[in-house]
Design a protein around this ligand. Sequence first.
Ligand code: PEP
Ligand code: MN
Length: 338
Amino acid sequence: MLVVMKPHATPAEVEAVVEKIRGMGLTPHAIPGAQRVAIGVTGNKGAVEPGPFTALPGVADCIRVSQPFKLVSREVKEEDTVIDVGGVKLGGPSIVVMAGPCSVESKEQLLEAAHGVKKLGARFLRGGAWKPRTSPYEFQGMGEEGLKLLALAREQTGLQVVTEVMDPETLPLCVEYADVLQIGARNMQNFSLLKRLGTVNKPVLLKRGPSATLREWLMAAEYVVAHGNYQVALCERGIRTFETMTRNTLDLNAVPVLKALTHLPVVVDPSHGIGLRRHVPAMARAGIAAGADAIIVEVHPRPECALSDGQQSLDLAEFGALMTQVKVIAGAIGRPVA
Ligand code: PEP
Ligand code: MN
């Protein structure tokens, strides 16, 4: 249930509602909005009776939330969630571009990629320090050394750093070095990891599981938010279908559907979505046209030498050409590029 406070409800009135919810053994989640505060109620088994709340001073309304995902739903919070990452606003009017290599491979590689994408207009640097590889014999990432290089690249370029957290063990290190914590597709339903992410004060980029429905994905986001971290963005990265010509099938249906269902920012990853370098720009453009708030693109100074995902990585010249197109598409739908 959602308890909606009157626009001028006092902090004491909000607190009284929060206490009332706690007193019933339930969990209150105060959600500040531009017009008014709303308080989400979770922890109930059946329906919550609105009676005890409607009588309290400052309460405007009690609304039943029909979706199984509560706190991430538009029913609970109408306005878009805007995540401020070091001054770059994700989920606001501007389109944000995140770019960088699949994996951090060396100081030279990362710094060349970072300076390159920065110059061309990216605001975030992506790069994995721990890599979830299908084969145990493939490059597994540089680990903490990779995180240190990402931090160095941030220092030199001012880019915000997004990197994948693979497990609870390395979470504290990632929190220390990164600006945004990426949860990979394979970990979307790693519920113990999601709960831990709820307790950290860093934004989370939650990628869609390769066979997750939108509902399962939103429920995964709900785990993070219900455990206290409201800074979650969703990243569509392609799902597994019967098609074999492309690595995955980028489900662009997800973008407008999610924007209607949730207030969380939506990001599109065309690189993993299609998996083919020559077609990545088309899907990046399509993602923006479909309404994504950001794109995350794999870029490598020498894709043919990449230790992971070279086949879907753009080189810097290709990324530059894409940035020109991104501005045109963003402009066509009335959005600036951050
Ligand atoms: C990645 O971003 O390099 C990655 C491994 O992505 P995903 O989890 O979407 O496969
Ligand atoms: Mn990759």
